[in-house]
Design a protein around this ligand. Structure first.
Ligand code: FES
Length: 120
């Protein structure tokens, strides 16, 4: 069901964990599948760039892989650039998620938008 890239991000996520003193947190959940995601961000106040990001996800393999990917894609970007990352970008970077798992990519972009809104 999952390609090699998804499995790599699922089994060996680089951004998994918690930042103890984040500048902002973003959360998203899907009531249908019960998956829950929290993103922790450190923001460079001068440039508004994301200088560190980590995630904790309770969810399926696709949600974990997509969480790792949104962290990878948004690291070093300004908040305005980061909110433009959409679920299709996340899915494409993972080598395309199966159609039934597209909502997992939507979940991670929602969490990032939540973080950006909370920060502003
Ligand atoms: S099955 Fe719902 S986020 Fe993955």
């Amino acid at each position: 069901m999952y390609n090699k890239k998804i499995m790599e991000h699922f089994t060996n996520p680089k951004f998994f964990g918690k930042i103890e003193d984040p500048d902002v947190i973003g959360k998203a959940g899907n009531p249908r599948c019960g998956d829950l995601l929290t993103l922790y961000l450190k923001i460079d106040k001068k440039t508004n760039k994301i200088k560190d990001i980590k995630f904790e996800t309770l969810g399926c393999a696709a949600a974990i892989a997509a969480s790792d990917m949104i962290c990878q894609l948004s690291m070093g970007k300004t908040l305005d650039q980061a909110v433009k990352i959409n679920f299709q970008d996340v899915s494409n970077e993972l080598g395309v998620l199966p159609p039934l798992k597209i909502h997992c990519a939507q979940l991670v972009t929602e969490a990032l938008r939540d973080a950006v809104n909370n920060y502003k």
